[in-house]
Design a protein around this ligand. Sequence first.
Ligand SMILES: NC(=O)c1ccc[n+]([C@@H]2O[C@H](COP(=O)([O-])OP(=O)(O)OC[C@H]3O[C@@H](n4cnc5c(N)ncnc54)[C@H](O)[C@@H]3O)[C@@H](O)[C@H]2O)c1
Length: 421
Amino acid sequence: MSIEEFITFNDVVIVPGRSPIEPSKVNISGKITKNITLTIPVVSSPMDTVTDWKMATTLARLGAIGIIHRNMSKEEQALQVSKVKDQKPYLWEEVQKVDPDSKIEDVLSKEQDNFAVVINKEIKAIILKIGADYSLHSKKIDYLSKLLSMINLTPTLDENNKLRVGAGISPFDLERAKILDKAGADVLVVDVAHLHNDNALSSLAKIAKNVSAEIVAGNLGTIDGVKDTISKVENVSGLRMGISSGSICLTGEVAGASVPTLTATINARKALEELGLFGKIPIIADGGIKNAGDAAKAIIAGANSIMVGRYLACTEESPGIKIRIGDKVYKQYRGMASRGAMEKRYAEDRYSKPSKAIEEGVEGLVEYCGSAINAISEMALGLQASLGYAGARNIEEAWNGRLAKITSMGAKEVGIHDIEV
Ligand SMILES: NC(=O)c1ccc[n+]([C@@H]2O[C@H](COP(=O)([O-])OP(=O)(O)OC[C@H]3O[C@@H](n4cnc5c(N)ncnc54)[C@H](O)[C@@H]3O)[C@@H](O)[C@H]2O)c1
């Protein structure tokens, strides 16, 4: 046998290319499905410490999208989908407008939580005071205002001008898929570790015939996995790629199986190119994306959008419990195959049954990081910079970008070194 070589985000760097425009002009809009375009190509993972209706609302208002987790009854999940649809679509509708000449101390002393600085009817900045942790957040206010003033906020809206929202499903749960579809979910994202299983694929094929929502199939890692999925399931509208790169994922360790997200993305691209479908079925790179640099590497490899868990788990809007230890604040974050998450799933959903006897995820804490608005803005601005380096004006052009393998010594040099920070 021959041993294959799998490449991870840390193994490569973006090769700088001639750039025709300024980074701030780079268009980062990308797709999650054939019909859903995001102005910020970020999708939140359907995990019970990452996405409920609150996170999904914030993300859609920013131009990204949230996928509501399935660790609850199907009725409750459907209710959460409807709740997102009921929210006002524009972020500024939820904030009190303030005069740009007002003093920051005066603004912060008001009762209201969120403020928008409006100049000539245009929002130039949004100031957030987040609950009891306002003091933590206020340090970032200047930065946040600057970030938001640079971003063109275009919410992710459906044909009725309602916020778009996705929901996680099991390929075996037709009833859940149907009720979510009826509640108005725009996209159903299959949420299993190894969709390339004959039973899972044939069951998903049945779901695909019974819902009108678009379907993102995953997780997958290989060329064959993508080809089999497309041949067995009609109208696959997106591919969720990556096995075991997530920070809370134990699959690579306990089961010894993994296709790191960058390699899985390249495999999806190869499969789609062979089928003449590259650029037609979006690839969503899922797992291990720590920052905009990783996101850009995934995009250059062929992704249309990226899925994140850890990156948003630390934010105010995630459903994870907030814990204060000493002078630091943390949020709970856990894998959906961790013991706690699995126990909840089996308790809440009698149709959900264990298929194997191992835990493939861990439970832990991540340091609180303020609002998801901040995190998404940083990701968007970082992506513009990274694609600028690649010499791309948009995601399609980024697919012509180049990645170079770097040695482990080189990876050290590329990171911060020889300084205390
Ligand atoms: N993206 C990842 O790398 C990753 C890895 C592990 C778990 N998870 C998440 O954890 C949760 C539980 O996932 P799960 O798939 O383990 O749940 P599960 O045990 O309910 O499995 C669901 C189905 O996927 C297929 N499958 C899963 N693992 C398989 C294996 N080892 N061999 C053959 N078929 C297999 C089977 O059809 C199985 O019935 C999900 O939310 C999933 O997304 C994600």
